[in-house]
Design a protein around this ligand. Sequence first.
Ligand code: KG4
Ligand code: ZN
Length: 335
Amino acid sequence: MNILAFETSCDETCAAVVRDGRELLSNLVSSQAEYHAAYGGVVPEIAARAHIERIYPLCADALRAAGLTMDDIHAVAVTAAPGLIGALLVGVNFAKGLALARSLPLIPVHHLRGHIAAAYLEHPALAPPFTAAVVSGGHTQIIAADTHTRFRVLGATRDDAAGEALDKVARMLGYPYPGAAAMSADAEGGDCSAYAFPQCKGGDNPLDMSFSGLKTAAANILRRAAQTGEHIDRRDFAASFEEAVVRALASRARRAANGPIVLCGGVAANRRLRAALDGAIIPSVYLCGDNAAMIAAQAFYEYKAGNLAGFDLNASASLPVGESCLSLCKTARVI
Ligand code: KG4
Ligand code: ZN
């Protein structure tokens, strides 16, 4: 079964073709980072407009790269939640148009379920139950994957996502947008014990996290240094901050798990985090950031579970991972 999938939840326009949820035939990602860099963050209106311009040519390129035409496609999948609403709607409506025109099943996919499914692409033996640490720019959650389509949140950040906190501190240190990846490369040679950060606390649930306190601690150290003229070693500071974030994430993922751990999401590209969760199942770096192959991978299981959307499918900025994307349409299973 060949699934053509789209992902437009944030600032990357993505299209991919995956066979039987495992075999990656094409996987194209068109980054808009250059548009948003000047603003220091993603501008939702700009993101949506760039998706509009790019999604059609990217779809054609994804088919070409797979060596297929629309005649070879058996279903269309799309990220329907969560994300920037205007950005999501571009993908959802494009996918609807294709599915309607070609009389194909339409499979709505939750973005975080997609990040988790990225792990199936390279680990054919992997199957639920397992524990997933989904660490991205918009979300940070420890999730129990009970089946391919049933999920429970065990713990989550109560404020900033880990990626968001890393990007903000990277910006304070002057690394180029989006920040965390550049900071991480530089931090590799740094001394991660040079600066002390408070232990990240999450409240009543020991699996919850908070990264905004860590970020404020970083801002305070930098502000004080600017006032007193104290020299800050950028590499050591970056390494120490990363270490604090990684410690908080890795300890919770280990505490939550009583089986395999899957580490995924954009921040799973981070070397320090990958090393801290040694033994975990971690997708290759190119499958950690947003992409459509992971959406196709999850779509395969949603399809098997009968989770097909009607053409009244809507998008949602904030659907919990445990809730099916079918809640976003009233006329499910219309082909
Ligand atoms: O999953 P993703 O591509 O998009 C969202 O769903 O948010 O994650 C993007 C996040 C950004 O915060 C980005 O700076 C971060 O992942 N990221 C990294 C690295 N590469 C990307 N964070 C730490 N180290 C990296 N190497
Ligand atoms: Zn993501």
